[in-house]
Design a protein around this ligand. Structure first.
Ligand code: SF4
Length: 198
């Protein structure tokens, strides 16, 4: 990050901005199911998520920069989740917390969204049903690394990997999600192919 010359430190503006971002994450907890217990455990004194500068949950998307999707997401909830994501200001990150948020978990049925990445872009997936708090902290540290190393830069939002990932996921999602929110339809697959050919 920087070179140290006799008490002087040199760095770039982007490095400093991303360093401050990664240690001042404001979470939006979108908690719907049993994974919420582990989310709370990670925040309590034994694991103490505040050591990582991410202890303050905000319940307004406009004041948050990390969306934690914790638990099962049904198709009925998808408009709400999408609205919350869209109301968050850039730069923003998304964590899929646990098997249900990442892939639908063992709920392979008509009512459950089979992974939130069908709806919104995801930066970090945390495995487990539920994930242990250690895994939660591991996911958080991985996100911090990404923010530091390929977070948004001052010059351009679009040349950094994080912005490109979000852009690609947005195109995928336009094709993947039907007006019924979340169902893969034959029409959706045709739209996806058309977008790929463009
Ligand atoms: S992953 Fe397991 S613990 Fe978490 S919400 Fe789904 S069923 Fe519950």
């Amino acid at each position: 990050m920087a070179a140290n010359y006799d008490g002087f430190l040199t760095t770039t503006f982007d490095n400093v901005v991303n360093w401050s971002r990664k240690f001042s994450l404001f979470q939006y907890p979108f908690v719907t199911a049993c994974c919420g217990m582990e989310y709370m455990a990670a925040a309590c004194s034994h694991y103490d998520i505040s050591r990582f500068g991410a202890e303050i949950p905000r319940f307004s998307p406009r004041q948050s920069d990390v969306l934690w999707v914790v638990g099962t997401i049904t198709h009925k909830m998808t408009p709400v989740l999408k609205t919350v994501y869209e109301q968050m200001a850039e730069p923003k990150w998304v964590i899929a917390f646990g098997a249900c948020a990442s892939s639908g978990g063992f709920y392979q049925n008509y009512s459950v969204l089979q992974g939130i990445d069908r709806l919104i872009p995801v930066d970090i997936y945390i495995a487990g049903c539920p994930p242990r708090p250690e895994a939660v902290l591991d996911g958080l540290m991985e996100l911090q690394d990404r923010i530091q190393n390929d977070g948004p830069t001052v010059e351009s939002k679009m040349i950094n990997p994080q912005a490109i990932r979000h852009q690609e996921a947005k195109i995928e999602n336009q094709a993947n999600v039907s007006p019924n929110m979340g169902y893969d339809t034959p029409k959706g697959f045709q739209q996806k192919e058309a977008l790929r050919e463009e």
